[in-house]
Design a protein around this ligand. Structure first.
Ligand code: ADP
Ligand code: 5GP
Length: 205
């Protein structure tokens, strides 16, 4: 149970930058990882309802028509979207909400959440390293890797729009930066609800 107002973290960055790897360090007792809907096929080891809700294009478009998404995008013929119900789940469980989404979706979230959300961009140390990581991960074929690298170059141009940039070169350092951002954001007066009581008790002493 969180004592303070929960965080809303929007994390973005090129495919292969290390977002999933970094987010694994955050405990699920305190953080709710929004599960997106997608029309892409599951990768080896991915579980429906855990990594994504894997749905058909028809089902996805029906959800769009029914206004079930807070935001959605089409990337190289694949649809991805954040269902409104995911946000409600996080808040009903009183957990911090984490959204791992691409750049266009992130900019839409700013108009939805305003300054109450924290926007983090995960940057790889270089395009060569990004390519290496995608090849090593082995979840996409050479064509798809090329597409993702191409798109990454466009996404990276938006990095300075974010509140924070984490350069994921050394993983331990990147992890510590993520923790530091979370700690600092939790000290903001509008999230910390019990400094009031301390202040009042001091003033009325
Ligand atoms: P994303 O979620 O951003 O697409 P992943 O978390 O899947 O990226 O990471 C892509 C690949 O890079 C994975 O195989 C992961 O183990 C590896 N990786 C992540 N961070 C680092 C790092 N700092 N140094 C080296 N490899 C990394
Ligand atoms: P992947 O296919 O590698 O899982 O994801 C590809 C990209 O889609 C990543 O940049 C990821 O952050 C993004 N993505 C995943 N879910 C959503 C979503 O619901 N909305 C948006 N806008 N992007 C998403």
């Amino acid at each position: 149970m969180l004592k303070n107002k929960p965080l809303i973290i929007i994390i973005t960055g090129p495919s292969g930058a290390g977002k999933t790897t970094l987010l694994k360090y955050l405990p699920s007792e305190k953080f709710y990882f929004s599960i997106s809907h997608t029309t892409r096929s599951p990768r080896k080891g991915e579980i429906n309802g855990k990594d994504y809700y894997f749905v058909s294009k028809e089902k996805f478009l029906e959800m769009v028509k029914n206004d079930e998404f807070l935001e959605w995008v089409e990337v190289f013929g694949t649809f991805y979207g954040t269902a409104k119900s995911e946000i409600e789940k996080a808040f009903s469980q009183n957990k911090h909400l984490i959204l791992d989404i691409e750049v266009i979706g992130a900019t839409r979230m700013r108009s939805y959440f305003g300054n109450s959300a924290v926007f983090i961009f995960v940057l790889p140390p270089s395009i060569e390293e990004l390519k290496k990581r995608l090849e090593k991960r082995g979840t996409e074929d050479a064509n798809k890797i090329r597409e993702r690298i191409q798109r990454s170059k466009e996404e990276i141009k938006f990095a300075s729009w974010f509140d924070y940039i984490i350069i994921n070169d050394d993983l331990e350092k990147a992890k510590n930066e993520l923790f530091s951002i979370i700690k600092a954001e939790m000290c903001r007066p509008f999230r910390n609800t019990y400094w009031h009581d301390i202040l009042n008790s001091i003033i009325h002493e």
